[in-house]
Design a protein around this ligand. Sequence first.
Ligand SMILES: [Zn+2]
Length: 316
Amino acid sequence: MAQQDGPDAAATKKRALDAASVSDSSTTDESTRQRRRRRRDRHRQNGTAAHDGDVAVNGPRPSAFEQRRNSLGKAARDPRDEPPTKKRVTVAGQGQKVRAPSPIIESDGLSRPSRGTRQRREDGPEAAEQRLVKMRDAVRTLLECVGEDPDREGLLDTPSRYAKALLEFTSGYQVNVEDIVNNALFHEGHSEMIIVKDIEIHSLCEHHLVPFVGKMHIGYIPSDTVIGLSKLPRIAEMYARRLQIQERLTKEVAHAIMEILKPQGVAVVMESSHLCMVMRGVRQTSTSTITSCVLGCFERKSKTRNEFLSLVGINR
Ligand SMILES: [Zn+2]
């Protein structure tokens, strides 16, 4: 609007605009906004989500965001491990939904293997070599892309070393839980809290492929069976040597112990520092991230949970 117009002139112009034809762009915007608002209200009443993306389409369509798989609940799984789709069972009388037993540990002893895990495990010597060649080439490409000379002396063996290291960082997918537990289950009739604290964790953030390191504390109250104490860090390590997020790592360890021991309850707390936060992005060098997962009696009884937290030193 021209600046030299007085307030009166501006008001007149505005009235004229208000009465202008439908082709005026501001009027069209207004009516589109109203239509969107009406559609949103309708969605809200129906309990469905409204997206800006579905304005041009008939009926709601799941957005790309919704189509993304929830990585906390579902890490990429080997399709052979998908449980048969069954309808949820309802307990008569109580009306509560009961989940089918969760397949934490597969029949061949793997726990939550990823897509491709079994293929990697089934590699013969030739396929394994081919896998390494492919990985070496990829690392070489990375070196070139960061502006390095992959043929200089110091970097000559780096692609090979990094490929092997990465396979080691992710070896946890292929660990057999039965080999870990290895009959170290004892029927002691013990029913007091058992805690193994300060288990060192080195894992790889699946979003940036850089490490996060920290400590995990595991506690459980047996029903009857206790497990050899050294097995708890080994279970933690099995899940840590994968591409992880801390939230899922904590949860997986807790659920696996629940499945193996069937105790009264399990509590897992983890504190760690993420190099993707330290070295890049917000560059927070002193933050630590704490996650926890409590199951069974630890979930039900705040007294038990608080006892665990104060014993591991979280509840200070
Ligand atoms: Zn990250």
